[in-house]
Design a binder for this molecule. Sequence first.
Ligand SMILES: [Zn+2]
Length: 168
Amino acid sequence: MNKALYNGVKIKVIRSLKRKKTISARLVGEVLELRVPRFLPLFKVNYYAALFAKKFAKKESKRSDSFLQKRARLLSGKYLKKRLPGYEIAWSSRQTKIFGICNKKTKSIKISARLKRAPSWVIDYVVLHELAHLLYSGHGKDFWGAVTKYPKTDLAKVFLRGVAFGKA
Ligand SMILES: [Zn+2]
């Protein structure tokens, strides 16, 4: 089992005894796990690793600030019934320890760029979490009352714990 960087994507190749022909990729935390047949030649492993990494990098590049703004509009309309103040939301590559931060004073939300590769339902949770902080400062009953309307809240928290753990 080795981990390598392809196109900026961390890939771990797992050679599987059971696999004959199929190749699959799954994102675990920040690492893309590539399962390949046990005896696939190395040049082919490299080929597929580069291919999957390219696909992921492409997906990531679509995740711009305007992507976040769109998600925020949609999520606030759906889950936060109160009117939000004017705010800005953007990715930040400076957030390495936390996934999102909301400055209630300046009405500015930053989402960690680490999450660009996360599934969209995880990004949605973090965006909604930070949007809710525009209304509620702490993590009180009102805060969670609003955020848990998002059905994948618990799943997203588990996913993020995994990412945090993988980083440690
Ligand atoms: Zn919070």
